[in-house]
Design a protein around this ligand. Sequence first.
Ligand code: NAP
Length: 343
Amino acid sequence: MLPTTTRVVTLLRRPDSSGPSPEDFALEERPIPELRAGQLLLRNIVMSVDPAMRGRLETSEKHYTTNFEVGEPLDGSAIGVVLPAGSGELAPGTVVRHRMGWREHAVVDAATVSVVDTDAAPAGAWLGILGQTGFTAYVGLKRVAEMRAGDTVFISAAAGAVGSAAGRFATLLGASRVVGSAGGAAKVRMLVDQLGYDTAFDYRAEAPGVGLSRVAPDGIDVYFDNVGGPQLVAALEAMHVGGRIALCGMISQYDESGRGQDINRLLEAILRRVTIRGFIVRDHEDMRSDFEHTVADWLRSGQVTALQTVTDGIDNAVDAFLGMLKGNNIGKALVRLDTTWVV
Ligand SMILES: NC(=O)c1ccc[n+]([C@@H]2O[C@H](COP(=O)([O-])OP(=O)(O)OC[C@H]3O[C@@H](n4cnc5c(N)ncnc54)[C@H](OP(=O)(O)O)[C@@H]3O)[C@@H](O)[C@H]2O)c1
């Protein structure tokens, strides 16, 4: 029997200036819309938990897609399995990546999904290391920062989804030294002992400028910026002449309390002839097949792994999101919606 209702996470109200809290969200049972021509009914297996959702909760444009609406379901990347309903564009059992996460069942236009091969890699990897996360790390290093063999590369939020991928990729692309930062001593130890970083510092325990100059006393060539704020200033001040900064994310600036005046330090960019380039990964689709081939090979050979923090159940999805914003995740933050699947 096909389901007629589904549980969805909705936005109950917009967060106040102290940032999002569990009370801003609701878990509701909603009817599944009737399928139109060309649509598929999916059971979601696993979904992505992304910092970009933070900006979408507000009314301002601090993200690269649409704002969430109060009273309406959230959405985001997910992997789902096709159920036997609709016009049969894809065979039941086909596993697809799509944009209608934050619900257990989803109706999607068949034209908007991409089929993924869960024999080649588990479902979660298609959201993480082989999905938008890995792709962001790859594009940011190779195209945006124009990383070259021999570069010293600094990566912030280094134990997170994009950061941990960027750390591995930088080593495999020939960096001479890969430097990471993360919050907390345990994460910093993990960066060096398990995640392949050459050295690392705890941005909460010491000022980023002090930490970075201690672990990279000879300076850096590339900064892969996931956080903005004081770490961006520290990176600017550590740059070699002709250095390059890929602005990927600004998570330290997403809450009111984090916003500062750090842009004043841009004089350093002039003095050091630094290239600073912001990017949005979806503008670089031409690199997708190069990325998938390269990283699938690295995954097969064991040179990279699909590092992830998996939370089970839609009931715990909001906690997973709020926890990720606080740094509770190592690697890609995922919510598994169907526990019969290995992700
Ligand atoms: N430009 C693009 O196209 C694109 C695409 C994907 C993602 N992004 C951006 O890339 C960044 C990383 O995304 P992700 O999915 O990989 O998330 P993630 O790094 O897995 O999770 C976010 C991490 O940010 C760190 N963090 C939280 N507050 C912080 C603060 N005030 N200062 C410094 N670090 C803080 C936490 O780690 P700690 O424990 O180390 O604090 C947390 O684990 C985000 O800024 C995201 O918006 C951009």
